[in-house]
Design a protein around this ligand. Structure first.
Ligand code: SF4
Ligand code: SF4
Length: 162
């Protein structure tokens, strides 16, 4: 399915999803990179050692959820736009998602936008909480959005407008 549609299966997602308990504790990286490819900027950019060493550069990355602090540095370093940070401790009813976004125009803090799932379907609304776009990110801005908590593992992109 992934090869044909670009959309991972439920089983693949289960392999990279932290426990409910870990998600509720605070921000954590979720790496949705499911193919063995010669790539490792996720590993080299993580200063906490949360991404396990890729002994063979073709290995799929694996996160130690207890070492990850959800900083999001790895997000803009990933050429595959495959890394997201989810924080279910954000508020009573909202989760925070940090996602890579390479479209223009960029949204602005406070904007309401469409929340899209992995297939590009609109599944709700999101509030843009922050736009991080430093020179070091090399033109891969990271957008922080707040969504209904039950959408935290479904929303993986946004579209301008509501
Ligand atoms: S979010 Fe930060 S701590 Fe977690 S894996 Fe990415 S770079 Fe490492
Ligand atoms: S940097 Fe991105 S595409 Fe490359 S191995 Fe890591 S998660 Fe996969």
């Amino acid at each position: 399915m992934l090869e044909k549609t670009g959309i991972p299966t439920e089983e693949q997602l289960k392999e990279v999803t932290p426990s409910k308990e870990r998600l509720s504790r605070g921000p954590v990286a979720i790496i949705e990179c499911f193919q063995e490819i010669p790539c490792n900027p996720c590993y080299t950019s993580c200063s906490t050692g949360a991404i396990k060493e890729l002994v063979d550069i073709n290995e799929k990355p694996e996160v130690d959820f207890d070492k990850c602090n959800g900083c999001g540095i790895c997000i803009s370093n990933c050429p595959g736009l495959a890394i997201f940070v989810v924080d279910e401790s954000y508020s009573e009813d909202k989760a925070l998602i940090k996602l890579p976004y390479e479209f223009l125009p960029l949204p602005e803090k406070g904007d309401m936008v469409k929340a899209l799932d992995r297939s590009g379907q609109v599944v709700g609304q999101a509030e843009v909480v922050k736009v991080v776009n430093s020179k070091a990110q090399d033109r891969t801005p990271v957008i922080w959005i707040a969504v209904d908590k039950e959408l935290s593992m479904r929303v993986r992109n946004i579209e301008m407008g509501v």
